[in-house]
Design a protein around this ligand. Structure first.
Ligand code: DGP
Length: 113
């Protein structure tokens, strides 16, 4: 999709530090990390937000599977981590290409602010 920064990352026109990729899913380091490990996991297909995910159950499963794989590969299995989706204005979503934040490497707090 034109003007989508994450589509640009998928296409390679926007640089990123990729940590995992398959034919449907891409994972790369967040440009503004909130923790020692902060990876964004996205579908290569442009889907604006979690509101459209109902139509893509298989693809959402691919993302969860990628999160599990990347978490283990980046050393998060022992201590744990968090997988977060921000949706819409109240959720503080800023990029409207659905993405899941894989965050770990330090003690996290709860509930979110
Ligand atoms: P959200 O608020 O959930 O929409 O988070 C969007 C995240 O995307 C935010 O943590 C910063 C990250 N981000 C925005 N632009 C870029 C970019 O060009 N490259 C990378 N690697 N991350 C980006």
């Amino acid at each position: 999709m034109a003007d989508c920064i994450f589509c640009g990352i998928v296409e390679g026109t926007v640089p990123s530090e990729k940590v995992y990729e398959n034919d449907k899913v891409l994972a790369f380091r967040d440009i503004n990390p909130a923790a020692p490990v902060h990876v964004l996991i996205i579908p290569k297909k442009h889907i604006p937000s979690l509101l459209e995910a109902e139509e893509e159950p298989e693809l959402m499963g691919e993302i969860i599977a990628a999160a599990s794989k990347v978490a283990k590969e980046l050393g998060l299995a022992e201590k744990g981590f968090r997988l977060v989706n921000n949706c819409g204005d109240h959720g503080l979503q800023t990029v409207y290409h659905i993405h899941f934040h894989l965050v770990g490497g330090r003690q996290l707090s709860w509930p979110p602010g």
